[in-house]
Design a protein around this ligand. Sequence first.
Ligand code: GRF
Length: 255
Amino acid sequence: MCLGTKYVCVTAENEYGEVPMHLATPAGAVRFPLVLGGGCAIQRPVSKLFRLGVLGSGQGSNFVAIAEAIAAGKIPAEVALVLSDVESSGILTQARQRGIPASYLPPGKFRTKLEEDAERSLVAQLQAAEVDLVLLAGFMRVLKGDFLKAFEGRIVNIHPSLLPCFPGLHAWKQALDYGVKVTGCTVHFVDAGIDSGAIIGQQTVPVLDRDTPESLHLRIHQAEHELYPRCVAALARGEISVQGRLVLWNAPAPK
Ligand code: GRF
């Protein structure tokens, strides 16, 4: 399968002998976006831009950083859809202000995950929007099997620590309480675990003696706004390849 600015094709193996992301075994080597190979089953027009779906629950500052990087020509992609489980969230307001389709996704009765119907609707909306890559930007619900299967290898998250340290909630406070001298943020692929997928990129942030949880969180947030657009740009340009847990940068651009 190849994704991105040229074609989308589904094929068992591409010309590099690599397996498409959604067909990849843990040991398989995959390129992202996947490269044109023989025997394509699905094709898209040459003109189609790499399409992003963004999920968030909060203020949406990472979404804004990505939208601004796209507007500045730094990411060859477009945001096709923004969805939030919080009707009054800043991320929906920010998207609508930019004329980007944005919808509230009623999450159902659970607090930390989506109800089954909601998750089905999420998948359907992202598929209808022909999203190539799903970006989690402060989405506060655990996503389950059907969603992960539908977008396998095409879901990315940003986390406010240097993973694998301090997964889960309030990672900046965990770092401060532990007494580390350096923390940061991580962009990673999403798998079935909590903040456990293959690491795409990381940016360090020093922990200062005078830091409070708030001051440290603020500096991590600033680092996120540099790291996330950089990683998304590399993904959209096809500069990322994946071998098991190893994510390699500067892969040769897709033909
Ligand atoms: C960020 O700190 C991100 O690391 C975490 O959620 C927060 C989202 O912030 N996953 P924002 O809504 O993008 O401002």
